[in-house]
Design a protein. Structure first.
Length: 291
């Protein structure tokens, strides 16, 4: 890895619903393309191994972290870090919408989706247990990766936690269909605005990776993008399958955070104090609680 420079990519593609073996072949091909392009980090969409509607076959497609198919992808990744999406079967037969970072034959990092949308045409609460942690992963001494899945990003507190945990890069695998929330909600424009906001606000590059194609009643619009720490778009995909790439310079992160020190000035003790105070009051009727 060149000093301060990280070569990253987003693989935007369609998945076969519930067909893990076919999707394995697609993953191996994207990994091959990423390695040929000299990438150090490749990010794939949410639930890339199952498709958006894969959870309808949840008991057939769920995988434990020790599944040999995940090991095969980790072996294929080599030195390149690869983020992929799958349904994880955890302890006590609990199932999670998960994204894993694999590299050099091992699973190095895992995020279980915390914010499970149950609105519009989305009903993830029907299938999954909610993740309970926001962690980060150090790619090297400079690049610390935060990993949040789709609707996690629509809870600003989760993104804030990721950056407070030290993230200098935000990775966002998503599964965003045009019709998912409703005709009056512009998903493509909303994602463009949201990713620009987080990169600019926290002085950190971001990688958002959507799927493409049609799955039943949802049209996946693609639009994957890589942004610099000032919120400028370095690469944006169209609506078809595509690999986009960019080079991220850590010196730009240093410069952005010097100009706008959001993380430095987050005042976490105040947030903790006020959150604790809210817990005792929020949702409790005025005639019950004591102000």
């Amino acid at each position: 890895m060149s000093e301060h420079i990280l070569r990253v990519g987003a693989a935007q593609f369609a998945s076969e619903i519930g067909d893990v073996d076919t999707n394995m072949d697609r993953h191996l091909d994207w990994i091959r393309q990423g390695r040929e392009a000299g990438l150090e980090l490749l990010v794939m969409p949410e639930l890339s191994l199952t498709g958006h509607y894969g959870p309808e076959r949840l008991l057939d497609v769920a995988m434990r972290r020790s599944d040999p198919r995940l090991k095969r992808l980790a072996d294929a990744a080599g030195d390149m870090a690869v983020v992929l999406g799958f349904i994880e079967e955890g302890a006590a037969a609990q199932f999670y919408n998960a994204s894993a970072l694999v590299q050099n034959g091992k699973m190095r990092h895992l995020h279980r989706k915390v914010n499970l949308p149950t609105y519009g045409k989305l009903e993830e609460g029907k299938y999954y247990a909610s993740g309970r942690f926001v962690e980060t992963y150090n790619l090297d001494d400079d690049w610390c990766a935060g990993l949040l899945i789709c609707a996690d990003i629509w809870n600003p507190a989760l993104a804030h936690l990721s950056f407070l945990h030290g993230a200098t890069l935000l990775m966002c695998p998503v599964s965003s269909g045009v019709e998912a929330v409703g005709i009056d909600f512009d998903n493509p424009a909303g994602w463009a605005l949201t990713m620009r906001f987080y990169s600019m606000m926290y002085g950190a590059p971001s990688i958002m990776v959507n799927r493409t194609g049609i799955e039943r009643d949802l049209t996946f619009w693609g639009g994957s993008r890589i942004l610099d720490p000032f919120g400028r778009e370095l690469a944006v995909a169209g609506s078809e399958e595509e690999l986009i790439t960019a080079e991220l310079d850590f010196n730009e992160v240093r410069r952005a955070r010097h100009l706008l020190p959001t993380v430095r000035d987050s005042n976490i003790s105040l947030v903790l104090r006020e959150t604790d105070r809210l817990i005792t009051k929020l949702g409790v009727p005025d005639f019950v609680r004591e102000d």
